[in-house]
Design a protein around this ligand. Sequence first.
Ligand code: AHG
Ligand code: MN
Ligand code: MN
Length: 322
Amino acid sequence: MGNAIKLASFLETNSNIELAKVIVSLAEGCKIIARLVNNAGLTGIIGTTGDTNVQGETVQKLDDLSNKILMDYLRASETCAGYLSEENEGTVTLNQNGRYIISVDPLDGSANIDICAPIGTIFNLNQRISAAGEVTHADFFQQGTTTKCAGYFIYGSSTILVLSTGNGVNGFTLNTEDNEFYLSHPSMKISENGKIYSLNQGNVGKFDEGVKNFISFCSTVDKETSRPYSLRYIGSMVGDLHRTFIKGGIFIYPANKGEKKGKLRLLYECIPMSFLTEQAGGKATDGKNRILEIQPTELHERTAIFIGSKNLVEKAEEFLRS
Ligand code: AHG
Ligand code: MN
Ligand code: MN
């Protein structure tokens, strides 16, 4: 790999030792998840556990496995004090004297495992507020503006870690030869404009007028403004947002008649993705309010989200206001 920068050396100059230990432990756990995902068809771990999680959603075997792997690896970091996951009802204390707490979606887009579409792990890291001992809910109810590190691993045609510790966004690709992450996407930026819109248009009947009007704006023929835009929707937030980072565009999961506050979870999907998006020059709101300034009050609370290219998010907000 010549002089390519390894994740560990990048962290030496872009984080402190305790934070680096959490990130490296997380990355080691996600290397295992990547291998499980890549071999899923051969090892009988496709399919569901038969349980439903606190979200009332069917738990895929890989959701459960990923969750357990991450708890083990983060416990071993010794610097991660507490763990909140989509798959656990409450918070878990991992190291009483740890300084960091993590909110994580162990496997995002897990309905896509059996069709081999991109899925991923999304995480948000804060410093704990409580001094030591058992973590408290207050440790996790911090606004996104206090995030110390956020990122995602995408398990797709390659395994890539996209990470920010507050000074921009960098991508690291897993080299399958030596099983190490190397810097492959330095200083990622989301273009201000975009020509792709991404949402589950099947729900259009349940959307508010403003969202419907924005969808017709995107699909109107207008050569001057390169419309109609393309509609792309993978059904994995990680996959749809990684494309948005690379190609620009807007991803929307709005509130709708069936889901009063939308579907996506604030603490371990929307805040980390919004932190990354803002660090890359994009914008992320609930249609009106900046996601990073929403005050969390419940562990698994949901929020509507409009995220991606700044000018497209602002265009959508215009339709929501009118
Ligand atoms: P998860 O698999 O962690 O529950 O997340 C699935 C989420 C998100 O990844 C995706 O954007 C969204 O569900 C898709 O929802 P719809 O199928 O309702 O469009
Ligand atoms: Mn998810
Ligand atoms: Mn998930």
